[in-house]
Design a protein around this ligand. Structure first.
Ligand code: BGC
Length: 386
């Protein structure tokens, strides 16, 4: 078996922050003692540990947003507690090993964004056998398991927003029953199913889906190969618009279209994640729409939940208000709202300026990151200023 190439790091949080030390309640090892890990196995620092397991690193959000936002909030709320971090680089077997390592290390809470939502059921069962609480992060864990909580976006709505924006754009271009290609996300990711279902609920009966397939591992190069095959099959002019489940796969599909000599500015496309590269494509007219999901609140609410679980507390009132059924049980859930974004906010969508820029989605230098020299004019046209 291939050796895990995961990034594994342990964030050691200074144990000297006694004044703000994590409050230990009924089952945290008692008192405010700096040592003792609550009896759940040896941990290096006195304060115990939790795990954050993310699925891949080709999509920029995980290393650029989910991880840093989660870690910063968790450290603030639960100082002195280690965070065992692993990224599975899209290999489910590696994630399984990473989870086993975290369990062996004695973490008390596991935040798990599964590569394979069904296969990860085993991880949840193993964790729960050791009384470890599990938060299903962003993607729903199934596989006959019962994670304690689920934190994500309304993912069917993501698919609806993508499809509606594409359909509206094509209608405004005078296409009565537009021809669409569809590239869905990885079939092992429950979100991909929800995006697809949401998109079909808008498209079916209103568009002609000329080709549809899935990027097996969410990889841009998979989407590129699929789009090349679609173009070979239906011809350069055999489709009016293209649905891709996220910005990475949109990038791959757009590369294929350009390679075939298609003027991508005349061929509306969609993605999701509001990646910098996608926002630049949107501003220059090479991609039509993305779906913006504010990762900071998703990661921070998860950190709040993880710290409460670590301390044996109940989540703060109002934090967890929904429920999502994972085919085994109703999982108490936090579901955030996604937003469709076009360059200047076409009907039913918001503008880049009013969302990504206003929220400083890429940090304090958000505008510098988007508006590099090549995009200076496009930024001006979209009213993006510092
Ligand atoms: C996430 C998307 C992401 C995709 C690929 C989905 O589960 O919700 O934001 O683009 O996985 O990692």
């Amino acid at each position: 078996m291939k050796l895990s190439r995961s990034i594994v790091s342990v964030v050691l949080v200074s144990a000297t922050l006694a004044a703000t030390a994590c409050k230990k309640t009924d089952k945290g090892g008692g008192g405010s003692g700096a040592t003792g890990s609550g009896g759940s196995g040896g941990t290096s620092a006195g304060g115990g540990a939790i795990a954050l397991l993310l699925p891949e690193s080709q999509t920029t959000r995980y290393e650029a947003a989910d991880r840093p936002f989660f870690e910063a909030k968790f450290k603030q709320l639960c100082p002195g507690v280690d965070i065992v971090y692993s990224n599975a680089n899209q290999v489910a077997a590696d994630q399984q090993q990473q989870a086993e390592a975290a369990i062996a290390r004695g973490v008390k809470v596991m935040v798990l964004d599964p590569v394979d939502g069904d296969a990860a059921g085993v991880i949840v069962k193993n964790a729960k056998a050791k009384s470890i609480s599990v938060i299903s992060y962003d993607r729903l864990i199934r596989g006959g398991s019962t994670p304690d909580y689920y934190v994500s976006f309304d993912n069917e709505r993501v698919g609806k927003l993508q499809a509606q924006a594409l359909l509206d754009k094509l209608t405004s271009m005078g296409k009565a029953k537009p021809k669409i290609t569809m590239i869905n996300g990885s079939p092992t990711d429950n979100n991909a199913t929800l995006f697809k279902n949401g998109a079909h609920s808008v498209f079916d009966g209103k568009v002609d889906i000329v080709r549809e397939d899935a990027a097996a591992n969410w990889k841009p190069e998979e989407a590129q190969a699929l789009m090349e095959a679609f173009i070979t099959a239906v011809g350069k002019d055999g489709f009016d618009g293209a649905y891709q489940a996220n910005d990475g796969t949109a990038g791959g599909a757009i590369t294929a279209m350009k390679g075939a000599g298609i003027d991508v500015k005349t061929r509306p496309t969609c993605g999701q994640d509001a990646e910098v590269a996608a926002i630049q494509r949107i501003l220059s007219g090479e991609q039509y729409v993305t779906v913006y999901k504010a990762i900071q609140p998703e990661a921070e609410k998860t950190a709040e939940l993880a710290c409460a679980l670590f301390k044996g507390d109940k989540p703060a009132a109002g934090l967890v208000e929904g429920k999502v059924n994972n085919a085994t049980a109703d999982i108490p859930s936090i579901l955030l709202t996604p937003i469709a974004v076009t360059a200047t906010g076409d009907a039913g969508t918001k503008s880049v300026a009013d969302t990504i820029v206003k929220d400083k989605f890429y940090g304090p230098d958000t505008v510098d990151k988007i508006c590099t020299a090549a995009y200076a004019d496009a930024c001006k046209a979209a009213n993006i200023k510092k």
